[in-house]
Design a protein around this ligand. Structure first.
Ligand code: AP5
Length: 224
């Protein structure tokens, strides 16, 4: 029988976390939890939290830990309580504070993180990926105008609604997000390396090639 595992996807904006997370959740018993998607859902619902996070997200800053941590951790608790799937964290943690709170929460649930898949990508490729990204406003499926286009070039293959471009994918905001990533999130590589959990992946290759590297890592974990 295959083991149930809990994974983190680490990597700069545009590294392909959402793209690879979709494939992971299709192949393995993993619940994909994206902190960015959770915050965008709060905004769409015009909740109090949604209103508080808008200016941070649109300018490419991180949402403060006290606004995001509890939302994500309570979803993890909910998912793990069913015992049928592990969680696949995409975009969380993003600061050392979030990483430490996450570790405490996992140990409180008698669970652990099995691996941190680090999608490594240089900045020059990132701006192109972000400016070409389009996504489905209904199901969240992610496309790229040249690397991963929709069949008709403009609407979602599954939902058939017109694709959107994210406000924070404008070039100047992307550059800000990259600076924020190096200052606040990159230290997590060292943190998880020391914990023996970091699994580096070359994210500059084509989507299918990146997937093969990830699949090898996860197969080894679930077969253990
Ligand atoms: P979030 O939504 O998490 O954005 P992000 O981490 O910046 O990552 P992205 O979603 O932009 O990129 P991705 O790595 O998923 O790439 P994708 O697969 O789409 O966060 C947004 C904001 O929310 C943050 O700025 C912050 O304000 C806030 N936030 C969220 N979590 C937070 C937290 N924990 N703490 C504080 N604040 C938080 O791919 C990108 C494009 O490239 C697509 O078009 C795709 O088709 C294409 N592509 C993917 N792989 C490849 C490939 N191998 N080759 C060519 N093209 C590719």
């Amino acid at each position: 029988m295959k083991r149930i595992v809990n994974l983190i996807l680490l990597g700069p904006p545009g590294a392909g976390k959402g793209t690879q997370a979709k494939r992971l959740a299709e192949k393995y018993p993993l619940e994909h939890l994206s902190s960015g998607d959770m915050l965008r859902a709060e905004r769409a619902a015009k909740s109090e939290l949604g209103q508080k996070v808008t200016s941070f997200m649109d300018s490419g800053k991180l949402v403060p830990d006290e606004l995001v941590t509890e939302v994500v951790i309570s979803r993890i608790r909910q998912e793990l309580s069913h015992g049928k799937k592990g969680v696949l964290l995409d975009g969380f943690p993003r600061t050392l504070g979030q990483a430490k709170d996450l570790e405490k929460a996992f140990s409180g649930m008698g669970a652990k993180i099995d691996a941190v898949i680090d999608l490594m990508l240089v900045s020059e490729l990132i701006v192109d990926r972000m400016s070409g990204r389009r996504s489905c406003p209904k199901c969240g499926r992610v496309y790229h105008v040249s690397a991963n286009p929709a069949k008709d070039g403009q609407s979602c293959d599954d939902c058939h609604v017109p694709l959107d471009q994210r406000v924070d994918d404008k070039e100047e905001v992307v550059r800000n997000r990259l600076t924020v990533y190096s200052d606040q999130t990159l230290p997590l590589e060292e943190y998880y390396k020391k914990a023996g959990l970091l699994k580096p992946v070359d994210a500059s290759r084509e989507i299918d090639t990146v997937w093969l590297q990830i699949e090898k890592i996860v197969d080894a974990l679930v077969e253990k």
